[in-house]
Design a protein around this ligand. Structure first.
Ligand SMILES: Cc1cc2nc3c(=O)[nH]c(=O)nc-3n(C[C@H](O)[C@H](O)[C@H](O)COP(=O)(O)OP(=O)(O)OC[C@H]3O[C@@H](n4cnc5c(N)ncnc54)[C@H](O)[C@@H]3O)c2cc1C
Length: 309
């Protein structure tokens, strides 16, 4: 991991920086590239524009770490409102939730109960996605996922290709007909649990992706989705689909709002399934700094906003 990436990931956890960053206009201007706004209405407006381009939206609310069951309940209630608002706006938008926001650190039972409340309120044809957080949360996240999947077969979970365990986790899920969104992984992980070298992460990503696409074709997986902006990964997966005789619509690429917009539109126009994760909320600081860490060149963008008026 590069020194810059390491420093940025450490900065994403820094409370002093979090409390002060949002006061600076140049930071807020930079954040606007990745966040349509802090309110649900901003996300709904963004999803409408995306849908007109045949790009689906996936909403995620950026919230603070919760302290108790009542705060997990508030987040759950918020998502119930989100589902209603999406339905009222007649959007195809789905949601993606972080389990620590729904009580995972308090108890697996509480968290599973909150996820079930959300799943019960979601339309049958839509997937509720479960994010994957840092490695100490993986076991508990998969436990909640397995519990809810039995009753709600459209639930999806994120797996991270940088983790050594990802292949084993995928194989363990396949008998349950899962939906999986594969990402490379966004957290600072030690070399004891994650591949330190990008090439190894990329190779693992493609290998896992091929397994997922075959499983989807064979009906063993409900939905295979790929959360990446990496055009090399996308091409390798698209070529694999073509070689295996799978239609373009078999490949779903999800990206983050504001990143690789031209590629999002190209994929949609060419017949691939293209979706964009739209984050909103007041607690954007750690999320934003993780985006900087993914591409330290974004720091230039921040610096440019510092000097622009
Ligand atoms: C829809 C979605 C959901 C996600 N959910 C999770 C999750 O639940 N858990 C988790 O750990 N991680 C999640 N991530 C983040 C993911 O793990 C990676 O950190 C992130 O996607 C960057 O990796 P990459 O695959 O784009 O490839 P990289 O190798 O990091 O980047 C490839 C290329 O993509 C472009 N790019 C990548 N990131 C940026 C950026 N921030 N700004 C500008 N350009 C960029 C650059 O051109 C870069 O060269 C999610 C990502 C997406 C898109």
């Amino acid at each position: 991991m590069s020194v810059t990436r390491s420093l940025l990931l450490a900065a994403s956890q820094n409370i002093w920086l979090r409390e002060h960053a949002s006061h600076y206009k140049f930071v807020r201007r930079s954040v606007a590239r990745f966040l349509p706004g802090e309110e649900l209405d901003d996300a709904l407006a963004a999803a409408k524009v995306l849908e007109a381009k045949r790009i689906a939206g996936v909403f995620t609310h950026l919230g603070e770490n919760i302290r108790d069951a009542s705060e997990a309940d508030e987040v759950t209630q918020h998502y119930l409102i989100v589902l209603e608002r999406i339905r009222a706006a007649e959007l195809q938008t789905e949601i993606s939730v972080k389990l620590t926001q729904l009580g995972l650190d308090q108890s697996v039972d509480l968290c599973a109960a909150n996820v079930e409340r959300i799943l019960r309120a979601e339309d049958a044809g839509k997937t509720v996605w479960i994010d994957m957080e840092a490695s100490p949360h993986v076991d508990a996240t998969l436990e909640v996922y397995r519990r809810v999947l039995a009753e709600f077969p459209r639930t999806g979970v994120c797996l991270q290709a940088y983790l050594f365990r990802a292949q084993k986790d995928l194989q363990a899920l396949l008998p349950m007909k899962p939906s999986v969104r594969l990402v490379k992984g966004a957290y600072k992980e030690p070399p004891t649990v994650a591949f330190p070298a990008k090439k190894d992460v990329d190779d693992n990503y493609v290998s896992l992706g091929q397994t997922m696409l075959r499983a989807q074709r064979d009906g063993v997986m409900v939905r295979a989705s790929f959360g990446t902006h990496d055009t090399v990964m996308i091409k390798r997966l698209a070529d694999f689909c073509a070689t295996e005789g799978m239609p373009k619509s078999a490949l779903e690429i999800q990206m983050l709002y504001g990143i690789q917009r031209a590629e999002q539109e190209r994929l949609a126009a060419e017949g691939y399934r293209s979706a964009v994760l739209v984050a909103y909320g007041k607690y954007w600081y750690p999320w934003f700094v993780r985006r900087l860490a993914e591409r330290p060149a974004n720091l230039w963008f921040l610096a440019k906003n510092l000097f622009s008026r």
